[in-house]
Design a protein around this ligand. Structure first.
Ligand code: TXA
Ligand code: MG
Length: 341
């Protein structure tokens, strides 16, 4: 499928109801005209995503908030003013014009103003809302380069705008502000939860009463089985995993690897110790390890501070319900599509 930087071409395709993948500061999105049911249907078909999963609508600027949200309250306005453009998605009561195809029939809509210059230029020229999930097949890792999009979606997308590697590297933080009295963190991401709480002057509730389908544990999975451990438990987990003859890879910050000692048979992928840099490199590292043909990836979960919360969340989801259970014997090679129930 064509890859390039032709914004006018991308806008023509979007106006014609076609799919355009585009870079954002978090991950690449698979975009379609958010006001067109047929165009939005194309997103679900290309991703293989169930229709009930709502999509985030991307907007050119915070000035568009009132056109898409119904009577946003002080919490929505405060967070939009403070963090847009940027890696924050606000779940708001939906405005009257928002189509069911985008919201999955929900009473709310997810809205975000990305800060990536190419995303901004696309949105400004399109002059409307672009519905976009991450540009990966359902249940797979989110793409952080144009090449990742091509690898995963192939000809299912009409054009890929190439804006280089994504700065943040993990998806946006999602905050539900549809009830102004009880803002809730639905997904940790590119804006630190602590910074959101500081801006609001209050604590966030965790999760929602009706969890979004996209927050299923298996949603961000590589093909290879992942086991999550703390740095302290790394050596024991590696030994246990390797004991049955399994080929083991380790994904860990450099300081945690230092404590592991020499283990020539291991495939080792080091992550930076800084939490923002770790988030930036996370999906690329998981993709690379997925190519190595190992049986299991033992991943060290960082401290849940700042962007560490998003990294820890994605690693746990990659591990699925069996995560943190490093003492278990290693299961046979599991090369399913990543969509474990
Ligand atoms: O960083 C990001 O957010 C990227 C870039 C492309 O913007 N997008 C992204 O979209 O991660 P997606 O579809 O992969 O994940 C969006 C999540 C899903 O879990 C979805 O269920 C949830 O947001 N979501 C969207 N609208 C919602 C709504 N109205 N209520 C609750 N959750 C919602
Ligand atoms: Mg996604």
């Amino acid at each position: 499928m064509p890859v390039g930087t032709d914004l006018d071409h991308a806008v023509r395709l979007l106006r014609a109801g076609r799919l355009v993948a585009f870079p954002t500061e978090t991950v690449y999105g698979l975009g379609a005209d958010a006001s067109s049911p047929a165009a939005v249907a194309g997103i679900f078909a290309a991703k293989g995503r169930p229709r009930a999963h709502p999509l985030i609508v991307h907007l050119p600027s915070a000035d568009h908030l009132d056109a898409w949200a119904a009577a946003p309250g002080p919490a929505a306005r405060t967070l939009a003013a403070r963090f847009w453009p940027g890696p924050l998605t606000l779940i708001c009561r939906r405005g009257p014009g928002v189509i069911d195809d985008v919201t999955g029939g929900a009473a709310t809509v997810g809205l975000r103003v990305p800060s990536h210059p190419m995303a901004h230029a696309l949105l400004a020229r399109f002059a409307g809302g672009i519905a976009a999930p991450s540009a990966n097949r359902f249940g797979r890792l989110s793409p952080t380069t144009a090449a990742d999009v091509v690898d995963d979606l192939g000809d299912a997308v009409d054009y890929v705008l190439d804006g280089g590697a994504c700065d943040v590297g993990v998806e946006s933080t999602i905050v539900d502000v549809s009830d102004d009295d009880a803002p809730a963190l639905l997904r940790p991401g590119g804006v630190a939860g602590e910074d959101i709480e500081a801006a609001l002057g209050r604590r966030l509730r965790l999760g929602s009463s009706s969890p979004a389908p996209g927050t299923l544990p298996s949603h961000y999975a590589p093909r290879t089985r992942v086991i999550t451990v703390t740095a302290d438990g790394l050596a024991a987990a590696v030994a246990a995993a390797a004991a049955g003859g399994a080929r083991v890879a380790v994904l860990a910050p450099a300081t945690a690897l230092a404590g592991l000692g020499p283990r020539p048979a291991l495939v080792v992928r080091s992550l930076p110790d800084g939490l923002a840099a770790m988030a930036h490199d996370l999906y690329g590292a998981l993709r690379a390890l997925d190519q190595r043909g190992v049986d299991v990836i033992v991943a060290v979960v960082p401290a849940e501070l700042g962007l560490g919360a998003a990294v820890a969340d994605r690693l746990r989801r990659a591990a699925g319900p069996r995560g943190d259970d490093a003492a278990d014997p290693v299961a046979p090679v599991d090369l399913d599509d990543g969509d474990r129930p």
